[in-house]
Write a protein that binds this ligand. Structure first.
Ligand SMILES: [Mg+2]
Length: 364
C-alpha cells in the first residue's frame, strides 16, 4: 500500500469567548487539517493546533512544513509504517510538532480504517469512556466563580482553574471558585509558568485549604530544579505540562523527581508514538498522566481521547477545547456529555471532517 496524496488546509475556529491563561489571550484557533489518501482509496485525517505561545509553531509554518517538506518525502511510502515515517519526518524538520503530529494522526486514522479497529483498541484498549474536566480561564474572581454552577449542572466533576497572573489575586480566584464548587467537584489549577519558585511554594501552601487536586506548571518551563524544590515543599501534587514536550523531557523530570504527574498533549509531543512513549516512561516510574489539548477541534481531540482510552495509566483528561468553539467541523468522533467522554466503535478515529470548513491549499 502506498501514500497517493497528502493535502493540507486552513481550519480557523472562532472561540465563543476569549480564553485567557497567564501566557496570553486567544480568541481564534488557527489550525491545520491534513488529509492523506492511499492508492487503495482509504482517507485518513489529522489536525494540528499550533499555539505559538506554547509550542512555537504556527499555522503557516505547519502548512508549509506539511506541503513543502513532508509531502514530497512521504508520497509513495507505505502508510502503515508509521514508526518509519515518524523517523523520516524527524530527520527533515526540527521542531514544528504540529506538522508531524497531524501527519501521524492521519496515518493512525488510516491504520484503524484499513484494519477495521477503533484506535483505542488498536493501541491496547482500556475503557471506551472516561471523565474530562472543563477549564475556567483567568478573570476576576467573581466572574470565574460565576462559571461554576452551569458547568456543574452540565455534569462536570472536575474543573481546571487557570491562575498564574498575580499570586495574591490567584488565591482570591481559587477561594471564589472553591466556594462556588462547595465540594461538588475537584479543583485542578494551572499556573502556566506564571509564578516564581518561592512565590509558588507560598501560594500553593496557602491554597492547600481549598482541597486542590493538583497544580500544573507553576514556574517557567524547563526549570526542573525549581520544580523539584517546590514539589518537596508542598502537599499538593505537581503536574509537569510545558516542561514535558518529548519523552526525553519526561525522563529528565522523572529522574529529578520534579513532578507527581505529567500532562501529555499531542501538539507538544509532535506525534502519537512519542506521546505513548511518555506515558510508558511515566507508568514505569509510577507517575500517572493526564492528556490535555490545545484549542483543538473534535478531530485532534478525538485522537487524544483514543489515547486516554487506550491506557490505564492515563487517569485524567482535559479535553474541553471543542466546547470553547463556536462551530464544530466534525461529524462523529468522541462525544462529551455531562463531563463524560465516549468514543465511537468505528474504525480509526471514527469521524468525518466537514471538508467545506477547510480551506485546502494548492498541491503544486
Ligand atoms: Mg497546562
Amino acid at each position: 500500500m502506498k501514500i497517493k496524496d497528502i493535502r493540507a488546509g486552513y481550519l480557523n475556529l472562532k472561540l465563543k469567548e476569549p480564553f485567557t491563561i497567564s501566557l496570553g489571550t486567544i480568541s481564534e484557533a488557527k489550525n491545520v487539517i491534513v488529509e492523506i489518501e492511499t492508492d487503495e482509496g482509504y482517507i485518513g485525517w489529522g489536525e494540528a493546533a499550533p499555539m505559538p505561545l506554547v509550542t512555537g509553531d504556527f499555522q503557516e509554518g505547519v502548512l508549509q512544513g506539511v506541503m513543502q517538506f513532508l509531502r514530497p518525502l512521504l508520497l509513495g511510502e507505505d502508510p502503515r509504517m508509521v514508526c518509519r515515517i515518524s523517523a523520516l519526518m524527524e530527520k527533515v524538520i526540527q521542531g514544528n510538532p504540529g506538522a508531524k503530529v497531524a501527519v501521524e494522526m492521519a496515518l493512525f486514522d488510516l491504520l484503524g480504517k484499513i484494519y477495521g479497529m477503533p484506535l483505542y483498541i488498536f493501541w491496547g484498549g482500556n475503557d471506551n469512556s472516561f471523565e474530562s474536566d472543563y477549564t475556567i480561564s483567568i478573570d476576576k474572581p467573581d466572574i470565574m466563580a460565576s462559571k461554576v454552577e452551569p458547568l456543574l449542572e452540565k455534569g462536570y466533576r472536575a474543573l481546571k482553574v487557570k491562575v498564574g497572573k498575580d499570586s495574591q489575586e490567584d488565591i482570591k480566584r481559587v477561594a471564589a471558585v472553591a466556594g462556588a464548587i462547595a465540594g461538588r467537584a475537584k479543583i485542578r489549577l494551572d499556573a502556566n509558568q506564571g509564578w516564581e519558585v518561592k512565590e509558588a511554594v507560598a501560594t500553593i501552601q496557602e491554597m492547600e485549604k481549598f482541597n486542590v487536586e493538583l497544580v500544573e506548571e507553576p514556574i517557567v518551563r524547563g526549570n526542573i530544579e525549581g520544580m523539584t524544590f517546590i514539589r518537596n515543599r508542598v502537599n499538593v501534587p505537581i503536574m509537569a505540562d510545558e516542561t514535558v514536550f518529548s519523552p526525553r523531557d519526561a525522563l529528565k523530570v522523572i529522574k529529578a523527581g520534579a513532578a507527581d504527574l505529567i500532562n501529555i498533549k499531542l501538539m507538544k509531543a509532535g506525534g502519537i508514538i512519542a506521546a505513548r512513549e511518555i506515558d510508558s516512561l511515566a507508568a514505569t516510574a509510577g507517575i500517572e498522566c493526564m492528556v490535555g489539548c490545545m484549542i483543538e477541534s473534535r478531530l485532534a481531540m478525538t485522537a487524544a481521547a483514543h489515547l486516554v482510552a487506550s491506557s490505564g495509566n492515563i487517569t485524567r483528561a482535559d479535553l474541553d477545547a471543542p466546547g470553547f468553539l463556536r462551530s464544530d467541523p466534525v461529524i462523529g468522533g468522541a462525544e462529551v456529555k455531562g463531563g463524560v467522554c465516549t468514543l465511537p466503535e468505528k474504525p480509526g478515529l471514527g469521524l468525518e471532517i466537514k471538508r467545506q470548513e477547510v480551506k485546502f491549499v494548492d498541491n503544486t
